[in-house]
Design a protein around this ligand. Sequence first.
Ligand code: PMV
Length: 350
Amino acid sequence: ADTKVYRASTFAPVNIAVIKYWGKRDAKLNLPTNSSLSVTLSQDDLRTHTTASCSPAYQSDSLLLNGASQDISGARTQACLRELRSLRKTLEDSDSSLSPLSTYPLEIVSQNNFPTAAGLASSAAGFAALVRAIANLYQLKSTPTELSRIARQGSGSACRSLFGGYVAWEMGKEEDGSDSVAYEVAPASHWPEMRAIILVASAEKKDVSSTSGMQATVKTSTLFNERITNTVPKRMEEMKKAIAERDFASFAALTTKDSNSFHATCLDTDPPIFYMNDTSRAAIAMVEAINANAGKTIAAYTFDAGPNAVVYYLAEHETSVLAPFKAILQAKDGWEGARGQSVTSSPLPA
Ligand code: PMV
């Protein structure tokens, strides 16, 4: 019997949105209620490494994350596997010299180089890596945008981790999600001075998952409708312009306002959702103080569905921005992980 093992590996980086995705119009396909825009961090810093293999000798599909076996029966993971297998099947049908990899069980082995439970957008890098590793294994000809349509079904934000630099996820109009895909707005090289620091306020798992939080906000928040119809569409255009012009003050104003708008709709959810805590608010006050002290905007904060702050700044202001944070971070103990309490990063080079 054929016991050959076919294998491919890839890395995918974390991305942090500056215009947030919050709300699904279709929960099954992960179709969003608004477009979003993110910065992909360097994969030297935060990334998932995934090896996908398949073999007729394997018993069933499996996924190992950081050495622990994961449940892959969930609809999201299954949707990704189904789509990738069907693309491979199309290739096999058109070329009889290809081995029937689409029929073999898959073994996926993933490793994050950062604490998975720390709320550091691990699902984005995770699904992007999973989709690309299998696409490589299957030798699919798909473009990153085509793969983003598949990764989106694993975790919405994952569609943006298939690109480096500045990435937009267009919400799309189609019911089947065929136009709800990510594309590159600008490569990292367009604005090489951009930096990010992640301040780990808590390494605990978030208590309201992004999926259930979004559903509750869509259902109960009245602020939310204003956000998706007026606020975000306008900001998407302004953010693309700020990036095109390398206008940090505008980039920063839009980033912090959009984070606060997203967290405001969380507070406006019934029952209210609090992702930020006292440490998060202290980080906001610190960024305000840094900017006031500089006499101009040199730092911008943003928070995802958790208390950790991501602060964007330009390399020339590294000392002014990082020094005040180092002082608070060192005052605390009990932090875990090789990188301690914070992680600095630059956008992924294209
Ligand atoms: O991709 P999900 O389902 O984990 O949702 C991510 C939601 C936010 O991180 C809060 C915003 C975003 O655009 O990444």
